[in-house]
Design a protein around this ligand. Sequence first.
Ligand SMILES: [Zn+2]
Length: 141
Amino acid sequence: MYTKFAPSPVNTIPDEIRAQRRHLESGRNFLSTDHAVAIPAGRYQGVGGAVIEADLQVKFSRRRKNGSFTEKEDVVAIAALVRCAGHGCPDQEHQVPATDPVLLTADADDATTAAQAPLDAARKWAQQHAETCRALPYTGR
Ligand SMILES: [Zn+2]
């Protein structure tokens, strides 16, 4: 029997950072300098049956360089979002605040290491919500 284990969402972050670097270097504008990429980080089932999803958010942005009015720099921060699909759930969204931004040109491993805290916080919140949420799945009625 083959058991399929989920890959760690943290390991996807360096790929996303490299993709954003390539995009910025290419000079083409199919992606914005300010945008977020969601990486699935967990799925849970509440006691009422509703699905709860946790995502890591890789947030790219361009900010003014410290002390400069003309120079800008690209940074990346990691946040997390938990959403409950329960119909009538009183706590449908939980945003885990972003880490301090690091330069996009910095070692991609820095952002990856920083992602562990929001990932843990999101999963813990999702698990606790799943244990108490009695909202039923939304069936379209
Ligand atoms: Zn809920």
